[in-house]
Design a protein around this ligand. Structure first.
Ligand code: PEP
Ligand code: MG
Length: 571
């Protein structure tokens, strides 16, 4: 088993979160959350306290705006979401009411408002909210620092490797501006927002490195993001090896971007397709940089979180996504649980096994119909370019039920004189092991399937994908996942149904090679992963990929697959 928190006295081991190498001095920061005690104000102070809140808000919005300009990558959507939180009308109402009606100071009004929201999210017990909680905690601290005039920003020298508990995306961006070269966090999962930003800024990052702050103070160190280790005070020889590796890495990065306009064919001449996963409008502008002609997964949950679910708001968003690429866009229907949508609902003991994805949509008819109507209208205007993807399918009846609703809406649109695409493709996510094992019957009634390895791993290995305590067990490359993928690929092939993969495994070089070897040539991933995956897929023959896929199926452990991959790719 992968032991994330072990390590010798000179090596701190965590979970690899963003690859790359950094060599530099370690700075340890034990960031503590701010606390504010209640403080009453006089009625005569109300207006000045309200003005103080507005000023703090403007300052933070301006800071986030600067970061957006600086970031200019697909992860800028994360900062944009933070901006939406800062200007949220509900937050403003509550802070104002606390100042005006309860005569509370501005700093405490802000503190209590954010704490209330955080508490509510925590009570929901939903892992899907974990990242939002961290965002709110960080914004709360930033508000308090600005209101109280604390100089919170950390000064570092260029080349520093920061070791800390956890970091907000905004803190990370500002440290990157100052020349941060690597990041180690004691907390955090591999899909946390700070990690996504680290990946897009090419900052090597390791998470879940227990007690790192205590052990690493002021040492010279090497951070190996791919291996998930921080080597303290490396010996002369070790340092030399890493300096050479670092030089090579820089060269490779340059070369990868050059490959991007090469034809997407393996050494045997077999074509493959690399598409992008996106969620926010601001990500569209980066598709061209990575030559992504298709969107293989459009996550639509962002619309729900920002409450932009009217028919007009949805069609507006969908049209701009369609304009962003020349090829197809795979629209995934809202994939959320009931607790997210309706606070009145009773809490579920097991939300991930509960009312989520298509289970919820089939009960919430209006929500499903409205989304389908918006997607199908766009499909009529963009014939052949719209695909509909159903999340969390576990039984065939769910597929049939969605197809019936699609048919009914198509008829209604057609009767009202709206142009429709009669052949709009309908597919299902394969992310429940039962669906993978039953793929032939599902495929027979679908136009395409897309394997969501993120959830497939969670459900197959019974490992909560957001729980850092067991993150070492969350192995997308585990032999059992490969077996389910192979079964799905064979089923799809048998009934001639198109198959793609849109989970993280597709954007992983090892994963992409194994998937190609199993005959899956349609992969969708975070756009910035396209260059490295492409380089690997154009470098081997079909027979070689098949040989590697066989290893994935027959291996005893994930470690064995990883080791075999290193051998395979250089021979
Ligand atoms: C997946 O589960 O692999 C997937 C792509 O969907 P999400 O990560 O949005 O759950
Ligand atoms: Mg999923």
């Amino acid at each position: 088993m992968n032991e994330p928190n072990a390590g010798t006295s000179k090596t701190i081991k965590g979970i690899p979160a963003s690859p790359g190498i950094a060599i530099g001095k370690v700075v340890c920061v034990d960031n503590k959350r701010r606390k504010v005690l209640p403080r009453s104000i006089q009625a005569s102070e109300i207006e000045s306290q309200l003005a103080q809140f507005q000023r703090a808000r403007d300052t933070i919005v301006a800071e986030l705006g600067d970061m957006l300009n600086y970031l200019k990558t697909e992860s800028s959507a994360i900062i944009e979401t933070q901006k939406q939180i800062v200007i949220d009308i509900e937050i403003e109402k509550r802070v104002s009411a606390a100042i005006r009606e309860e005569l509370l100071s501005c700093d405490f009004a802000v503190y209590r408002t954010f704490c209330d929201f955080i508490e509510r999210l925590k009570e929901s017990g939903s892992e899907l909210f974990q990242q939002r909680i961290i965002d709110l905690e960080n914004l709360k601290d930033r508000f308090i620092d600005v209101i109280c005039g604390n100089e919170a920003s950390l000064e570092i020298e260029a080349g520093t490797i920061l070791v800390t508990k956890e970091l907000s995306p905004t803190e990370l961006v500002s440290l990157h501006e100052k020349g941060l070269s690597g990041l180690v966090m004691e907390k955090g999962g591999v899909t946390s927002h700070a990690v996504l930003i680290a990946q897009s800024l090419d900052i090597p990052c390791v998470v879940n490195a227990k007690d790192a702050i205590k052990r690493a103070a002021n040492e010279k160190a090497v951070l190996n993001g791919r291996e998930g280790i921080l080597i303290l005070e490396p010996g002369k020889n070790e340092l030399k090896v890493y300096q050479t590796k670092l030089r090579k890495l820089k060269k490779t990065q340059k070369r990868l971007l050059k490959n991007i306009s090469e034809p997407s064919v393996s050494k045997s001449g077999t074509e493959f397709l690399l598409a992008a996963n996106i969620e926010f409008e601001s990500e569209i502008k980066f598709l061209k940089k990575y030559n992504a002609g298709h969107i293989g997964l459009l996550r639509t949950e962002g619309l729900l979180f920002s409450n932009k679910i009217s028919y007009e708001e949805q069609t507006g968003f969908y049209e701009s996504v369609l304009k962003g690429v020349d090829g197809t866009v795979t629209f995934r229907l809202f994939d959320v649980g009931g607790d997210k949508l309706n606070a009145k609902l009773p809490q579920e003991a097991n939300p991930f096994l509960g009312w989520r994805g298509i289970r919820m949509l089939l009960d919430e008819e209006n929500l499903l119909e409205n989304q389908l109507k918006a997607i199908l209208t766009c499909a009529g205007k963009n014939k052949g370019r719209v695909k509909i993807l159903i999340p969390m399918i576990s039984i065939l009846e769910e597929v049939r039920a969605v197809k019936n609703v699609v048919q009914r809406i198509q008829n209604e649109l057609s009767e009202s004189g709206t142009e429709i695409d009669e052949h709009v493709a309908i597919g299902a996510m394969i992310e429940v092991p039962g669906a993978a094992l039953h793929a032939e019957q599902l495929a027979a009634e679908l136009d395409f399937m897309s394997i969501g390895t993120n959830d497939l791993t969670q459900y197959t290995l019974a490992v909560d994908r957001g729980n850092e305590k067991i993150s070492g067990l969350y192995q997308q490359q585990h032999p059992s996942i490969w077996k389910l993928i192979k079964a799905t690929a064979e089923a799809a092939h048998k009934v001639n149904t198109e198959l793609a993969v849109c989970g993280e495994l597709a954007g992983d070089v090892l994963g992409a090679c194994g998937l190609f070897g199993m005959g899956i040539k349609n992969l969708s991933m975070i756009a910035s992963s396209i260059p490295k995956v492409k380089e690997e897929l154009i470098s081997h023959t079909d027979e070689e990929f098949k040989q590697f896929a066989d290893i994935c199926i027959s291996a005893a452990t994930t470690t064995q697959i990883k080791e075999a991959f290193e051998d395979w790719r250089i021979h």
